[in-house]
Design a protein around this ligand. Sequence first.
Ligand code: ADP
Ligand code: MG
Length: 247
Amino acid sequence: MTQPLLEMRDIVKSFSGVRALNGVSIKLARGEALSICGENGSGKSTLMKVLSGVWPYGSYEGDIFFEGQAVKAAGIRDTEALGIVIIHQELALVKELSVLENIFLGNELGSFAKLNDEDMYRRTRDLLKRVKLEVSPNTLVRDLGVGQQQLVEIAKALNKNVKLLILDEPTSSLTRNEIQILLNIVHDLKDQGIACIYISHKLDEVLDLSTWVAVIRDGDHIDTRSAAELTQNDIISMMVGRELEAL
Ligand code: ADP
Ligand code: MG
């Protein structure tokens, strides 16, 4: 691997004394996608919450490096400033606001403070074009389908100058067609040098998208392998810890 963009080393995270993560390490470079596979409750979302600052520095053990610098985030604002953006399973858009308002929400004090309405409109239109979503910037989010809202979340991430996009089970409620659009966009982002961490139970998506596949089981890091040398059955065997024939 070239110089990693992200490295997480030996991450340990406990809840009331119970270990959810038991020393997990991952890394990835610019333009790569890493999928994290594991059964429900194995610790995937917890690892991403550590990475994105939902669980702040001090609440876990282990080290995080981004662009070679140690990350000691107090919250998600700190990681977003670095270019790490997470899209959670539960969408976080404000349904009663427009696409444009959602994309600029929380950015008022940032680098967009000087943008006038027309600039924001134009920028939103360009972002929507990048995620291939053909709706007006003034559309209310509540009038969009779940898949379209997912794309607005990605547009919002692109507006923040994202370097690492984390998608935690983004396709669980999308149609076949919406999934294909989302996968195409992630491929485009990789081509643009953006790194992606992808969490999904759909192993065809995982193999379609990934450079690397990391498997965790009960909070333990099992292995990280090149996606090119894995089959869906290989991943399932690693997830459950047995050869499939023996199941
Ligand atoms: P996954 O995303 O792989 O399904 P999670 O990371 O959500 O798994 O959960 C890993 C383990 O940590 C589970 O046993 C879960 O119950 C526990 N856990 C996650 N978040 C919390 C929390 N906020 N408080 C207590 N336990 C939690
Ligand atoms: Mg999860």
